[in-house]
Design a binder for this molecule. Structure first.
Ligand code: OGA
Ligand code: NI
Length: 333
């Protein structure tokens, strides 16, 4: 028997008006009980068209240190490129189930269409299906596990990456300068030209009890940083000063999450953000995070330039593969 997809469970649940008990979070995690509704500052929004580069850097440093997340606008990726990239991904999830299963993720593989099989410590499941595949660099791409339909899928992804790669480089430069380093230092320390980009498409079907379930459980991204475009259904929440706060949807923006490897290499100056997602009663939420990752065998630790007797290393140095293994298996780093 195949794996049960959340998309299938959702259509049954919406007919029956109930959800399976493994999707009901315990009270301390239920979004209905734990979402903060008081006055909170909004997630920082940074305008990359600002002619004052120093100001951009200051804003990025502040957001990365205090929030671990920010939204960028005027980022240089044309709106129609993002729209087309989203259209083809949505088309894939709307194909008949047997079509999607043709590229199902096999055990032990990183790429493919899937549903989280491993239950969380409390035995709970999340309300989401996903598709993973690498998008950069070109020589590692395995088009066998990319959707064949729609036929424009590949072109739309290539086009998005054509704009995303220079944006990633630009963010690396700002983040490096913000640490008081030469602009190329941070990217080099995190893989340079061997850096990889892994796309995930999250598909969160409507859920009859959005107050009780979660789309993605609280986590930090283990990569360097993540660039995410959502559809217009809100759902991303960030833990800020011990409160779960909603990220406002801003059309045409890109959400940048600081991941674990940036927190480590900056020796804690930049914070890896704890986040989760909620689901919607009536509408399908989708999001397209691209995880910028170091190569597996690269050793990452606090940058030597940032360490001194007064400011000792706060993290161990280890290769990305071992870091990922420990994180996935919940073994202390
Ligand atoms: C993730 C994630 C957030 C979102 O997939 O790692 O955090 O907005 N997604 O869907
Ligand atoms: Ni995440």
């Amino acid at each position: 028997m195949g794996v049960e997809r959340v998309q299938t469970i959702a259509s049954l649940s919406n007919n029956l008006g109930t959800i399976p008990p493994e999707f009901i979070r315990s009270e301390h995690e239920q979004p209905g009980k734990t979402t903060f509704h008081g006055p909170v500052p909004e997630l920082p929004v940074i305008d990359l068209a600002n002619p004052d580069q120093d100001q951009i850097i200051r804003e990025i440093v502040e957001a990365s240190s205090e929030w671990g997340i920010f939204q960028v606008i005027s980022h240089g990726i044309p709106e129609e490129v993002v729209k087309e990239f989203q259209r083809v991904g949505k088309h894939f999830f709307e194909l008949p189930q047997e079509e999607k299963e043709k590229i199902a993720k096999q055990p032990g593989m990183k790429e493919g269409y899937g549903t989280k099989l491993q239950r969380e410590p409390e035995g709970k499941k999340t309300w989401v299906d996903f598709l993973y595949h690498n998008v950069w660099p070109p020589h590692i791409l395995n088009y066998n596990i990319w959707p064949q339909s729609p036929p424009e899928y590949r072109k739309a992804n290539d086009e998005y990456c054509k704009y995303l790669v220079p944006l990633v480089d630009r963010l690396f430069e700002y983040l490096s300068t913000g640490l008081g380093l030469e602009k190329n230092v941070l990217k080099e320390a995190l893989g340079g030209e061997n850096m990889r980009m892994l796309l995930k498409i999250n598909y969160y079907p409507p859920c009859p009890f959005p107050d009780l379930a979660l789309g993605v459980a609280p986590h930090t991204d283990m990569c360097t940083f993540t660039l995410l475009v959502p559809n217009d259904v809100p759902g991303l929440q960030i833990l800020k000063d011990d409160h779960w706060v909603d990220a406002k949807y801003i059309p045409n923006s890109i959400i940048v999450h600081i991941g674990d490897q940036l927190e480590i290499s900056s020796n804690g100056k930049y914070k890896s953000v704890l986040h989760r997602t909620t689901v919607n009663k009536d509408r399908t939420r989708m999001s397209w995070p691209v995880f910028c990752e170091p190569p597996e065998d690269l050793v990452i630790g606090p940058l030597p330039q940032l360490i001194s007797v007064e400011n000792p290393a706060k993290f161990k140095s280890k290769n990305y593969k071992d870091y990922a293994y420990c994180k996935l298996n919940k073994i202390p780093q």
